[in-house]
Design a protein around this ligand. Structure first.
Ligand SMILES: O=C(O)CCC(=O)C(=O)O
Ligand SMILES: [Fe+2]
Length: 318
């Protein structure tokens, strides 16, 4: 059957990786740089080095990604942080120890011509989310979970879709970006394109999913006191170009009418067998995807020893 999923992939050569890593390490060594305070400086350092050393074809692909219609972008074999600290399984560590990673991450975000942002109702208002198996999230379907499957979802689907050119914080984040630090467990981050789900549904179900007959509540990672559910919204809607976009999280989406409940059951059934891209994000990999047109999933897994457990770093951008 058709597969609409389009992923742009680049692999950096070892020589380029090494020279890039050396340059960034040198530039960030002069001062103490924190991702929440010095994000603009870190982005400038990273973007400068990336522009200097990455091949033109890779720079061009990153530059055009958000206009390309691709669902995701992967850049592999980037420099790894030397003296990597233990995985911050409780959620937060010393950001100053990760200046090389942050310069690369924020530099790539700048090359994508996007803006990184934090929201005050999640992740303690910090810019970068450490996606780690946090013992405090045991049993929760959360990016801090491990022992239960985090079923197909989009991030923060209880917010409206963004308005181009405005403050992105009250809206669904358009892109999620990740830097992978450790993944010895080799747990994939799975992606599926909304078009691939829609094509497997009957027209009546699609119509029902586009009707404003759903309620979407905030996910478990949000500070519950500060977020409101979105009522009378739809799971599927259309972007300015007429393409599908999606808001969904199984744990927080309910149908408000009999038709909506039935459509959601059918939707969920199709998701059980949807073809997916399984990306094992390992150390040195950057990945970005369009959270308006992609659903993502992480199955349950058994984390390695805490200090070396799976560790991704996520940043919302628009
Ligand atoms: O752990 C993963 O691979 C993805 C977790 C997730 O859903 C997220 O960070 O938004
Ligand atoms: Fe997520």
């Amino acid at each position: 059957m058709t597969n609409f999923r389009r992923i742009l992939r680049y692999q950096i050569e070892d020589g380029t990786r090494d020279i890039l890593g050396k340059e960034i390490a040198e530039r960030v060594s002069k001062s103490s740089l924190d991702s929440d305070i010095d994000d603009t400086i870190l982005a400038g350092i990273g973007a400068h080095a990336l522009r200097r050393y990455l091949p033109g074809e890779v720079l061009h692909g990153i530059d055009l990604f958000t206009d390309s219609g691709s669902h995701a972008l992967v850049v592999a074999n980037l420099p790894r942080q030397e003296n990597l600290p233990a995985t911050p399984v409780n959620g937060f560590g010393d950001e100053r120890e990760l200046a090389v990673t942050n310069a690369l991450h924020l530099g790539l975000i700048r090359l994508m011509r996007t803006t990184p942002f934090a929201v005050d109702f999640e992740n303690d208002g910090r810019l970068i989310r450490n996606v780690v198996p946090n013992p405090a999230a045991a049993g929760l379907t959360s990016s801090w979970g491990a022992d239960s499957e985090f079923f197909w979802h989009s991030d923060n689907p209880h917010q409206p879709f963004g308005i181009p050119g405005s403050d992105p914080r009250p809206f669904i984040p358009q892109y999620l970006t990740f830097m992978a630090m450790r993944n010895e467990e080799r747990v994939p981050t799975e992606l599926t394109a909304v078009e691939d789900v829609v094509i497997r549904l009957d027209q009546e179900t699609v119509d029902r999913l586009t009707a404003p007959e759903f309620e979407v509540r905030a996910p478990a990672s949000n500070d519950g006191e500060r977020t409101q559910p979105l009522r009378n919204t739809s799971v599927l809607s259309f972007d300015a170009g007429g393409g599908y976009r999606v808001r969904y999280d199984r744990g927080s989406t309910t149908g408000l009418t009999a038709n909506a409940v039935e459509a959601l059951d059918r939707w969920c059934e199709v998701l059980q067998t949807i073809p997916a891209e399984e990306l094992v994000l390992e150390s040195g990999v950057f990945m970005a995807f369009d959270n308006y047109r992609v659903l993502h999933r992480r199955r349950k897994f058994v984390p390695g020893p805490a200090s070396a457990a799976r560790w991704l770093r996520r940043c919302y951008v628009a």
